[in-house]
Design a binder for this molecule. Sequence first.
Ligand code: IPE
Ligand code: IPE
Ligand code: MG
Length: 255
Amino acid sequence: MDAPLLPHDRLPEHIAIIMDGNGRWAEARGLERNEGHREGLESVRSVVRAADEIGIGTLTLYAFSMENWNRPKGEVNALMGFLEQYLESEIDEVASRGTRVRAIGRLDRLPKSTRRAVEGAVERTRENRGMTLVFALSYGGRTEIVDAARALLRDAELGAIDPERLDEKTFASYLYAGDLRDPDLLIRTGAESRISNFLLWQIAYTEIYTSDLMWPDFRKSHLVSAILEYQTRERRYGLTSAQVRSPGSGLGGGR
Ligand code: IPE
Ligand code: IPE
Ligand code: MG
C-alpha cells in the first residue's frame, strides 16, 4: 500500500464531504448529467478506500439532499440506481475491511429497493469496528434538527426529559446519529462555498476546505491534500492562539 505522507498525530478523526459537481463535470464533456453521477461513483470508491487506508475514523458522504428530491424525476431515479449499484458492488469489500456502514436522513422517502440496499448494508456491517462510513441520504440539516426537536418534545411530554435540564449534549443525542463526533474537516468539491443544508448542527467548529475540482475528478491524492491543509490549521474554538499553544498557561479561566 502506498502510504501517504501524513503525520498521524493530527489526522482528522471525522471527515465529511459534500460531493458536488457531477453534472457540470458531464456537461463540460458534452455528456448527460447522469454520466457525471456514474463517474462520481468511482470517486466514492477511491475516497472511501483511501480514507480507510489513511486511518480516518468516520467518513460522512452527502449523497442526496432533501432539496435534491426536486430535481427532474429521471435524474432522481438515476441517482437512486447508482446508489444501489454502489452498495451492491462494494459491500463485500467494505464489509471485509471491517467498515461499518450507517445512514442518516429521511430514509422513509427512498424508493423501496434503495432503502432495502441501504438497510442491508447497515445490517450486514453493524458489528464491524473499523471505519464508520455514513451516507447522508434524503438528508437535510434543518429537517434533522426539527426531527430531533420533535423527539425531544415527545420525551418531555412523557416526562422522560426535563426542559430545564436540556443542554447541547442532550440535544445532540437526538440527532440522526447522535453518538458520532462532530466532523473535524468538511470538504466541498464543485467550486462552491456553501453548506447546502448539510450537518448544520454538527459543523459548528468544523474546518472547511473547498476544492475547485468537480467531484468525479476528486480522488485519493486530493483527499490527502485536503488533510495536509487541515493539519496546518489552528483550531482555536474561540480561544486565543497563546491559549491554544500552551493549554493551562493560566490565560484562560473565563468561566
Ligand atoms: C452532486 O453533483 C451530486 C448530487 C447533488 C446528488 P451535482 O449533480 O449537484 O452536480 P452539479 O453541481 O450540477 O454540477
Ligand atoms: C449538495 O449539492 C448536495 C449533495 C452533494 C448531495 P447540490 O448541488 O444539491 O447543492 P446546491 O444546490 O448547489 O447548493
Ligand atoms: Mg451541485
